[in-house]
Structure formats: structure tokens, C-alpha cells
Write a protein that binds this ligand. Sequence first.
Ligand SMILES: [Zn+2]
Length: 477
Amino acid sequence: MAKKNSGPTLTRDKKSRVSAAEMSPRARPGAPTAVSTGLLIVNGRIFTGGADFELLEGHGVLIEDGHVAKIAPLADLPARGVRRIDARGKLVMPGLINAHMHFYSTLVRGLSKANPAHDFNGVLRNLWWRLDRKLTLEDTYSSALLMMLAAIRKGTTTLVDHHASPGAIPRSLEMIAKAGLETGLRIGLAYEVSDRDGPQAAAEGLAENADAARFCRERGGAHLRALVGLHASFTLSDETLARAAALAAELGVGCHIHCAEASSDQEDCLARYGIRVVERLRRAGILGPKTITAHAVHVDRAEIETLAETETMVVHNPQSNLNNAVGIADLTAMKAAGVLVGLGTDAMTVDMLEELRVAVWAQHFGRRDPAQGFTEATGALFSGNPAIAERVWGLPLGRLREGAPADIILADYDPPTPLDAGSVLGHLVYGVSQSAVDTTIAAGRVLMEGKRVKLNIDEERVAARGRELAAALWKRF
Ligand SMILES: [Zn+2]
């Protein structure tokens, strides 16, 4: 997606841009294997997901035209004429959703050159802001593709990304969109607008979000969606916030912003504006049912009520919060107030069941009570994330229901203890999270089967190029 004033979007210049034909999964050799009709999953136990989940035995799932056509006892499903996937010894469940992520963090794994930081702003200054300024467009594409391949292996079929590359903003979301269409996953795009790199970078960031939204509407189909990305209150002027809110309203999309991740965000807001972060975002017109606020670790009771009243979505990222030692969000208070809370990884990983385990433990620890937080954490992943994805995509994602998009995974899981609707959440946290994902299907396409990725992508070559780019990036860092 080109910067507004740098000319056309995807189709005009074939040499320097990715053409629409190249990006179409069906038109290019790297496209996912299409299994759009007649796929029947049999012999597995089925966890349907969503707030009213069921655990079904003796049922099969029939997929037709990218959707779940039927979930029924085997006797009521076609005996022949459709390809079968045998799920014996496996748990069949909805594809997992990661509601807040930064793909570019892929190239940071193992980087040890950053000076130790003793607070969150130090982590940003010493690591992330030094790194993201050095990202090239190829770094952005490569890191996104690598992380998407990892997501397929971990059964994550929908990811909401939040991208920053201040040295290479125009077309950066196009790179992520390209990787998304090549892998067949559902990707939410946003460029992290900030005033930290000056007015030109802020303007370019806004333009990049606008171009992404237009592209998603025209070419994203059921796979790509855009939000207007914003970094956080403490790096955004009132003017930029106002421009972002106006842009989101014009485009008919929500915003995606970090909110009260560390206490320093609140301290900055109180010192400069005399109000707390959530109130500042509310007054700026950023909040609302289409907006994602990531973290909300340091929000008080009044702010939680504002998030609930405005129906703003909150995404909890416990591994990141613990790693940065910023604190633990109070999921119990948010759920009690009626806030829609989901789960994300924020960076470096895409394993949502691992994130869920950490979420459960963090809630236990945060309240110093092992009886609290389990329902809130599991609810964030299995009913919060589907509700968030439905608001962003306008599709009933994350739930196995007849008529829903066929985003389905099969995990190796044959437990030695009873598995039913009453026990399945405990199995997911303590058992399935330790199992391998065997099969990943998105929009009815088999992206991985028998633990082998079925895309026409040379994974070794992609990984080798990623290592070259990471080594060069680390040198520039
Ligand atoms: Zn983040």
C-alpha cells in the first residue's frame, strides 16, 4: 500500500509493486492448496469454541466452499465422495486467534546487543525503537512470512498485527498483506502512527493506514482487514490523535493502540494533559466498538467503566507484560464491568495456547489466589478473541458452527483422563497446550496436514533469507 503522494497502489507498476494478480492466492504458485469443497473431518473429538462451547463425540465436520457445511453424527454425513481427514486421537477445534501482534519482532529473537533496561521506556529506547527504525521493506515481508508459517504450525489462523518501521513506512503494510495472501491466513493490518519520529513519519503512517484500508476493501476478500494503528498516548500529540480519529471515521474502521501498558503512560498523560489515558483517548474520539486497546494494565475503575461504556475492545498480552515487568492486567475487574477482553502475544511468539497458560498463571499470581482468573483467561481466548475477530472481519470466526468460515485445527490429543464439556477448558490449558498441532485449515484450505505445511513455499529458503536479513539488521542495530 503506497503512501498517498507516492502514487498508485498495487496494480500500476509491476516492477516495483506487487500486482493484484501476484497477490491472488489462486493466481500464483506460492498459493495455498485449495480444498474448497468436500472435506470431511471424522473420528475426532470436537471442541466448538465460543462462549457457549460444546464438546462433541462421534460427530464429523463437513467443509464445503470454505465454510462449515455441517456438524453432525457420522451417520448423517456423506459416506463417500468427499476427501476425509481422520482425526482419531485428535481434538478438532476452531483455528486460534492472536488479537495483538508485531510480526517484525521475529527478527529480534536472540538479539543480545540491546543495553539492559530497567523500565518499560528503557525497553522501547534500547531495543524496539532502535530496531524498528532500521527495518527495510524486505525485513517487514520476511518477518511477517516467517511468523505466519510459525502460526500455521501452532494452529493460529487469524492474527491482528501492529506494524512499525519508521525508516520504511510506505508500502510496509503491502508487504504484510502479500505474506498474508501467500499463506492463506486472516491478517489484520495497522501501521503504528507516532509523533516520535517527527511530523513526516506521522503523516506517512496515517497515509499507510489509509492505503491499507482501501486495499483490504478492494482486494482483501475475507482474509485482510485494516485498522488505524497508533502507538500510545505518550508518543501522540492531540493533533495526530484527532487526525487518526477522523481517518478511522472516514474509512469506517476502528483504531488499534497500546493503552496504559506501563504506569509511565499514565504518568505522562497526567503530567501533560491532566487526565488519565483512557479519558484522553475517549475525548479524542479513538474509543468505540471497533477499536482495540492493547494491554490496559494500568487502568483504574473509572477507566474500566469507560472502556465498557464505549464498548472498546481490550487485548491482554501476559507474556509480554511479565517479560517487561510492567504489571498484570485485572481481567476479573474488566470482565465484571462487561469489557470485551481478548488475548494476544504482542511479540516473538504465535502460540496462543502457551499464551493462555501464562494468562491463567498471571491472573492467579496477580490476585494471589489460584482460584481466580481461570474463567477470565480462558474466556479471553475462546470467546473474547472470536468476538473481537467478528467485529474486525464481520465474520463469525473462532467458533465451529454450521455456516461459519472453516478455520479449523486438529491437535494431537488423546488424554488419560475424562474429556467432556466440563473438563475441556482444563485440558486445553494443561494438556492440549503441550501437544502438537497436526492440521491447520483456514477458509477451507488445508495449510498444514500431518504436520507438513502444504503451501508451495520453500520454507528452508524463507528461513535462510530470514537469517541473512536478521544478521544484517543486527549489524545496523
Ligand atoms: Zn504491542
